[in-house]
Design a protein around this ligand. Structure first.
Ligand code: ADE
Length: 245
């Protein structure tokens, strides 16, 4: 899988050299290109933004550097050829990023992430790119970040670990929160007693059916308490509002 990122803060993505994704890159499972948007500016100040038409606070990213960036990464816009890349614009106005979407994106051969800053990118850029590639506007959640970089980092981590071979034991992906529509059950390791707290006995019983049933019940209880919105109405139980404890 190939990932390209266009950003005015390329140094931000240095952390992708470390940990699981760093190893995946060295193993050739993930190819990563980080591109400084300012290389496609032509003025002395390397300007990427300007005031919004119609007025209002903040600045909007000008379309010209983005146009050149996409010409460089997707091929010239006037040659009639489409691209197999999916172009993702992180924006709080996009579709929610979920585990299901991460799975879908992990099957893409190539994704280009376009990190906007300020009040976003001139809307003509996404419209123009949509003429030669698939475009998806994606939100990390219902809050506003200063730019797309943190959102893209989170998306790449969630997507990258689903690419076959990146996580050593694929079984560890199956039981996680959001994979079965429930939050994950609590986990324990040694020692058996720690600061007066015991590991639940069932987990030490060796009874695999009882362990599976206990874990499912714990997952269900946690989901009911914290995220009843994830459950079908008949399983959500009383309340409906998540509690803080
Ligand atoms: N850029 C700013 N806020 C964002 C969010 N919530 N999700 C994705 N990109 C963003």
């Amino acid at each position: 899988m190939r990932l390209d990122i266009i950003t005015i803060f390329p140094e931000f993505f240095g952390v992708l050299d470390v940990s699981l994704l760093g190893r995946a890159r060295r193993d050739g499972l993930l190819e990563l290109g980080v591109h400084d948007l300012r290389q496609w500016t032509h003025d002395r100040h390397r300007t990427v933004d300007d005031t919004p038409y119609g007025g209002g606070a903040g600045m909007v990213m000008r379309p010209e550097p983005w146009g050149e960036a996409f010409d460089a990464l997707l091929g010239p816009s006037d040659d009639g050829a489409g691209s197999d890349a999916l172009v993702v614009f992180p924006t709080p106005a996009g579709v929610p990023f979920t585990q299901a979407l991460a799975r879908q994106l992990a099957a893409e051969p190539r994704i280009v992430f376009a990190c906007g800053r300020y009040e976003g990118i001139d809307a003509r850029v996404a419209e123009h790119v949509a003429g030669r590639a698939r475009v998806l506007e994606v939100s990390l959640g219902d809050y506003v970040l200063n730019g797309g970089e943190v959102a893209v980092m989170a998306m790449i981590e969630a997507i990258g670990r689903l690419v076959p071979g990146v996580v050593g034991n694929p079984e560890s992906l199956v039981e996680e929160s959001h994979e079965a529509g429930l939050l994950e059950h609590p986990s324990y390791t040694k020692p058996q007693t720690w600061r007066g707290l015991e590991v639940p006995e069932v987990l030490r019983s060796g009874n695999h059916a009882a362990i599976a049933a206990w874990r499912h019940e714990q997952a269900l209880e946690r989901t009911r308490r914290v995220r009843p919105d994830l459950l079908p109405a008949d399983e959500a139980g009383e309340g409906g509002q998540p509690s803080a404890n």
